[in-house]
Design a protein. Structure first.
Lengths: 423, 423
């Protein structure tokens, strides 16, 4: 199939696109889903008049049979002689729920995945009317704010993750950050497993790390951005945010699925710093292709909630995701939500990233508005952390200039040495 | 296989049980998962010393190969000649994250579903140490509080859902509730699609409905419990809760996945009323058996967050879930989390429930501490709403007394007529 055009929403309706598998008659299945998610139910209701349906019913805007599949993606559904995969677009009146992010979620991703006629259902696209932009300002800092706070005007932010993920003391963490900062790194993040455990309390860690970061900034004028993982209850997150701000920090991080939509909206309202959104758990929402969410609609919800950075995995990563999916995710994060309110977030590339991924990543997305996080690609460099960071920066510069990597390696021994990592 | 014993956690560790599919060597896969979710990463780290591993590493507590499967549950994983399904138990030091619900979630259900060695991964059980009970009081009202507020001392709460789900005005909603209250209903809930849309604003709906409910309570002494769906941003949910309380309401409802853990903890802290937790979206977490969550660990997280009622679907429901799964869910909701702090919530049965499901439900769970919500089973009764409610109550009484349903039908014309519904 050719990819369908991007969705657009009229001012008064929400539109969602799904990939549906059904052994039922597709038109009947579409009507059941539309009914269940609006004014209908399993049985006919006297009070569900035509007028009420017109006012509050979901509409099937588009239904196309894509192909016939030989076995159901998911067990438990109604059986039938032919199993069809379809593209389904539904729309709802905005007046059913108003511009409310939590109620949008219940409408587009509520009780529909379990319906008996559903042998597979995946939300693949979403468009919401501008009323949502009036209610939700989106990322407060985004790309421009992140670049300003990190002091990086061109090229991607070269970043890394503190490892081991968990187990280091605050002083040991600061010692590791000191090496990274001395190496000229732009961005460092806590692991999502490191928040405020007794072995590495949040405030002690922030104090120890920011001492190192602030000292370096005083000496060099460059302050590395550190995404401190403040995931916790709301009062804890607010207190931790205030502490980071008071210590001169420039970023906070939270695990999106641990916090949830309501908590993230609150954190974003409170935060004076960019919010680095960690997608851990994304696998359970996405790993079966006939179930759950594509990244595009999912990330839109979090941008509306106010998240500034969103993880997209990386090319040739060490997880299960293929490169096409990674690039689609990064593009989604950069795609405007509304013509008048782009709400772009910064995509975060990570997992096994080295100098080799710079050129193909740039070729695919055509921008350097991103965070490029490498672990082994920095710590594994034979010339040390500084050489690792320099090599990544040069590789990106070469990608932008159109210089082949082998040519960059001939000109720059740090890039040449980086090519040997993991060989 | 025989079901493994329930999990128990020592005072200083968290324990999670998974069903893993892998084409890798199972022991290697287990080590990779344990490493990725604690102190390890894809490559060996100089700083991950034996001492650090001992302090912060996740441990493989149990690994049993269950069987060999012929095709992977999920695409994208590392291939191999033999694909094995295993039972895997991991434990983590509590000191990695402390008794923090959001950080518990990132640890047990974070970046592990996407690992390359994972051809299937499902969280099937969870045990947390008592430190969590000190931090999280669990449901504030639970079964006893709900019974007291609903004025139902024996038998299940007989309930229903306002239909059409969305599209009725506040006055039309109140009119429907008036019929239900006149029929002696114990419990009524908003649909999860009805929150605060412009056609049916929350406060107007609550005011109109509570006028009816309070009037009936003044006349009869019985006040039906209405679960008003207050799903929204945190300030909205607090304001709406306060309004329900001020109007004499006795319950509020929220969509769990729309709100998230942090928002639900805040709502529960604020709430003076039982919280009816709606699980819409549960399908995307559970419908593929090799991915996501079993209900048992999932519901435990929400009980810790403070939710009082949890949906479990119903026997012979109209969705994809089989009866064994429904009963396992209801039992999970009633199973104590800690020996000294049961934190039981009230299971909510719904979807196509009639007099026929009373006896098998009671036989399977051995208690009437539940909400039994019927739509067609009440509105479809030829004798009207009151007869529908009476028939359901008698059917439950018969189930408890061990009277067969056909015998109860011979003694009671309302039960007899109820047997004709949907015939």
């Amino acid at each position: 199939m050719t990819a369908p055009a991007p969705l657009a929403a009229p001012p008064d309706r929400i539109v969602a696109r799904y990939r549906l598998e059904t052994a039922d008659d597709p038109a009947r299945a579409a009507d059941i889903i539309a009914g269940e998610q609006s004014s209908g139910t399993f049985v006919a209701l006297a009070r569900e008049t035509e007028g009420l349906k017109e006012k509050a019913g979901a509409r099937v805007e588009r239904l196309e049979v894509l192909d016939v599949v030989d076995r159901p993606g998911l067990p438990g559904a109604k059986q039938g002689p032919v199993l069809r995969r379809c593209l389904l677009e539904l729309s709802w009146p905005l007046s059913n729920m108003g511009p409310s992010l939590p109620n949008l979620v219940a409408t587009i991703a509520g009780n529909l995945f379990e319906l008996n006629c559903v042998a597979g259902l995946r939300l693949v696209d979403l468009a919401v009317p501008p009323a949502f932009a009036e209610r939700y300002p989106g990322p407060r800092h985004g790309i421009a704010g992140t670049r300003r706070l990190a002091g990086v005007t061109i090229g991607p932010l070269i970043g890394t993750i503190v490892k081991p993920s968990v187990g280091l003391s605050p002083e040991e963490t600061a010692h590791e950050v000191a090496q990274l900062v001395a190496g000229g790194i732009d961005f460092v993040k806590d692991d999502e497993l490191q928040a405020d455990g007794p072995h590495c309390p949040f405030e002690e860690r922030v104090r120890a790390v920011m001492r190192v970061v602030n000292d370096a900034a005083d000496r060099t004028g460059k302050k590395a951005m550190i995404a401190f993982n403040l995931t916790g209850e709301l009062d804890e997150m607010r207190r931790r945010h205030d502490f980071v701000l008071a210590q001169g920090g420039t970023c906070v991080m939270a695990s999106l699925h641990s916090v949830g939509f309501v908590g993230m909206v609150e954190l974003a309202r409170h935060s004076a710093l960019p919010i680095h959104g960690h997608r851990n758990g994304w696998g359970y929402l996405s790993r079966h292709p006939a179930l759950g969410f594509d990244y595009a609609p999912w990330q839109m919800l979090w941008r509306l909630a106010g998240v500034d950075h969103l993880h997209v995995n990386g090319l040739a990563n060490k997880f299960c995701e293929d490169d096409a999916s990674v690039i689609a995710s990064a593009k989604a994060v950069l795609t405007p939500i509304f013509p008048h309110a782009a709400m772009a977030a910064m995509p975060v590339f990570s997992s096994g990233q080295t100098v080799r991924q710079a050129a193909p990543t740039y070729a695919a997305i055509g921008t350097t508005d991103l965070i490029f996080a490498a672990g082994g690609g920095i710590f594994g460099h034979p010339g040390g952390v500084r050489a690792g960071v320099v090599a990544l920066r040069r590789a990106w510069q070469a990608a932008v200039e159109g210089t082949p990597l082998h040519e960059a390696a001939r000109q720059d021994p740090d890039v040449a040495a980086a090519l040997e990592i993991g060989r």
